[in-house]
Write a protein that binds this ligand. Sequence first.
Ligand code: SAH
Ligand code: AVI
Length: 321
Amino acid sequence: MIATELLAAPPLDLSPGFGADLVAGLSRRRKELPAKYFYDERGSRLFDLICELPEYYPTRTELDIMEVHAGEMARLLGPGCLVIEYGSGSSLKTRVLLRELERPAGYVPVDISREALLAAAAALRERFPEVPVRPVSGDFTGDLALPLEGLHPARRAVYFPGSTIGNFHPPDAVDLLRHIARQVGAGGALLIGVDLRKDPGVLEAAYNDRLGVTAAFNLNLLARANAELGADFHLDRFRHRAFFDLVRSRIEMHLVSVGRQEVHALGRTFHFEDGESVHTECSYKYGPGEFVNLAARAGFRQQGLWVDDDRLFSVHLLVAR
Ligand code: SAH
Ligand code: AVI
C-alpha cells in the first residue's frame, strides 16, 4: 500500500539543490534559474549537438587552436603534470592536450552531468591507457574532494575549456578563479578557453541557430523541472530568446512566457505575465587583456595566449602566484 502511494506521488527532488534553486529563482521579481541545471543527460547531449552547429563557432575554433598549439602548451605545462578539468563534458579537447603532454600524472575530469562524465572518462581510458583517469561528479564551485591517492604530480594544472567561465558574472568568475588558484597551489597552472567579444551579429546567430537546438537546450531546463521536481511547465507556452547586451558584453538567454499563466512546482504556484521571462544564462565575452586583468584579481599571471586568425576565441595559460 505504502509502496503504491509512493509510486503514485509526484517525483521527489532527486537532484540536491535544483528544487531549492528553482523556488528561489522563480520567486524573484526578475525570474532566473542557474545555468548549471541545463546539464542533465539530455542537456549534455543537446550541448554536444550545439557544438556541431555551423553558427556555434566556439567549439570548432577552440579545437583548431588546440590542434595547432597544444604542443607548445604542453611544453609550458611541463612533464608529470596532473590535469584537473572543470566542466569536462565529452573531453574532446582534452584528447588533443593529453596527446602532447609528457607523462601526465593523471587526469581528473569534474562535471555536474554524471552520465556524460562517466562515458567520456571511459572513452579516455581506452585511448590513454597509461594515464590514471579519476572522474569526479559534482559542482566545481563547491569544495570537492579530489581522488588523488597514489598520484605524484610534478605540477597541478586546471584545464577549463569551452568558455564556461563566461557563464559566471565577473565577480563570481574571480571567486571561481581564486578557488582554482588555491587548488593548483603557487606555481600551478590554469589553461582556460575564453570566448572573445565580436560582431553582435555573429554572437547572436551562435545562440539563435536555425535548427532550434539552442532553443531545445534552453527549454530542457523546464522539461527537467517537470521530470525531477514534478513541475507542470507547458513547454509550448515558453519561447527561447537570446540577445547580446553590448553594455555588459554578454549574451543573455531567456525563456519567455507566451500568455499569462501559472506554473506549479514543489507545492508553490508561480505566476507569469504575458512576455515575462526567466533569465536562464549569461555568456560573457571578453577582450584578451580584459580577461588577463580579471585573472590577475584572482592571483594569476599570464604565461601564454593563443588566438585564432579571425580573433573569435582565446586560450590563456595562467600561473598562480
Ligand atoms: N568542456 C566542454 C564542455 C563545455 S559545456 C567543452 O569545452 O566543450 C559546460 C560543461 O560544464 C558541461 O559539461 C556541464 O555539465 C559542466 N558544468 C556546468 N556547470 C558546472 C558546475 N557548476 N560544476 C560542474 N560542471 C559544470
Ligand atoms: C558552456 N557554455 C560556455 C555555453 C555558452 O556558449 O555559454 C553554453 C551554451 N549556451 C547556449 N549555447 C551554448
